[in-house]
Design a protein around this ligand. Structure first.
Ligand SMILES: [Zn+2]
Length: 265
C-alpha cells in the first residue's frame, strides 16, 4: 500500500530546525508531489540530532489542512517505521588499507607520481585494496561525520589506469564495479542494512572551513586532480566525486544543497 506522505528519497536536504545543519529531509505528499512545509521532516544526523517532525504532528497542529481521506476512498495510514541508516565499521575500512602491491589502481598511481605523493593520496582518500577481484581497489564513501557509508570496488588496468570492463552479459562492456556495503554489513549480522551513498571524498569537509570545492564524476579524476594540486600545477581545490553514472542522481541543485552549511565555498 502506498503511503500518502513519505520522506523524500532524493539527496535534497534542508536546514534542520533543531541543529541548523543542512541535513533535514522533508516529507513529500505522494498525492500532489509537493513537499510539506520545510519544518516537517527528519534530520539524517542519526547520532547527533535525530530531530523528527512528522506529518501527523503537522496535521494535529493544522487540522484544517488535513487531507480528507474519504474523498480519495483511501484510509489514512501511519507512515512506515523509519529505518536508521547503517554504517560500515571503521575497522573494516582500516583493514583494507594494505596490500598495495596488488592494487592495480595504486600501481598505476606509482607509474605517474613519486612514492610520497602516492602515499599521501592513498591516505587522503582512504584508498583500499579489495579481494573481490584480483588487483581490485575499494573507494570508501565517508561522510562529513566520518561515518563510512559505502564501499565501491572497482578494477583498473595497472598500466593504462583505465577501467576494466565486464566481459559477460548482462553487463558486458560496462566498467566492473561492485558495491560491497551490503555484504559487509550482512557479515556483521545486520540482515537488512539501510545504506545511503555520499560523495567520495566528502570526509574532507570535516576539516577546516573555507575550502574551495570541486566535483568530478569519477573517483580517479578527484584523486588525479588532488595530485596535480599537491604538485602546484592545478588550483588547490578540495576534490569530491559523485561516483560516475551511479551518481547521476546528483544533479546540480542537490550538489550545492548537500555541500552548503559545510563552510565550504
Ligand atoms: Zn538536525
Amino acid at each position: 500500500m502506498q503511503h500518502r506522505f513519505s520522506l523524500d528519497k532524493s539527496p535534497r536536504k534542508y536546514v534542520c530546525p533543531n541543529c541548523g545543519k543542512r541535513r533535514f529531509v522533508l516529507y513529500l505528499d505522494n498525492e500532489t508531489g509537493n513537499y510539506l512545509p520545510d519544518y516537517v521532516g527528519r534530520c539524517d544526523r542519526e547520532s547527533n540530532c535525530q530531530h523528527h517532525f512528522t506529518p501527523k504532528m503537522y496535521f494535529d497542529n493544522n487540522p484544517d489542512l488535513r487531507p480528507q481521506a474519504d474523498l480519495f476512498g483511501r484510509p489514512e495510514t501511519p507512515p512506515p517505521p523509519l529505518k536508521d541508516l547503517s554504517f560500515i565499521p571503521p575497522e573494516t575500512l582500516r583493514q583494507s588499507l594494505t596490500a598495495y602491491d596488488r592494487n592495480n589502481f595504486v600501481k598505476w598511481l606509482h607509474s605517474l607520481f613519486d612514492a610520497d605523493l602516492v602515499t599521501n593520496l592513498v591516505e587522503c582518500f582512504n584508498v583500499g585494496t579489495s579481494k573481490h577481484w584480483n588487483g581490485a581497489t575499494v573507494f570508501w564513501q565517508v561522510d562529513t561525520d566520518l561515518k563510512v557509508r559505502q564501499a565501491k570496488v572497482m578494477l583498473y588496468n595497472p598500466t593504462t589506469g583505465k577501467r576494466l570492463k565486464e566481459d559477460s552479459e548482462p553487463d558486458k562492456g560496462k566498467g566492473k564495479v561492485y558495491f560491497a556495503g551490503k555484504s559487509i554489513l550482512r557479515q556483521k549480522g545486520i540482515e537488512a542494512p539501510e545504506l545511503r551513498q555520499c560523495f567520495f571524498g566528502e570526509h574532507q569537509l570535516s576539516r577546516e572551513t573555507g575550502q574551495i570545492l570541486a566535483i568530478a564524476e569519477s573517483e580517479k579524476t578527484a584523486i588525479l586532480m588532488t595530485a596535480f594540486a599537491r604538485l602546484g600545477i592545478a588550483p588547490k581545490y578540495t576534490w569530491l566525486a559523485t561516483g560516475g553514472k551511479n551518481g547521476a542522481k546528483w544533479t546540480t541543485p542537490e550538489v550545492f544543497e548537500v555541500l552548503a552549511g559545510c563552510g565550504a565555498t
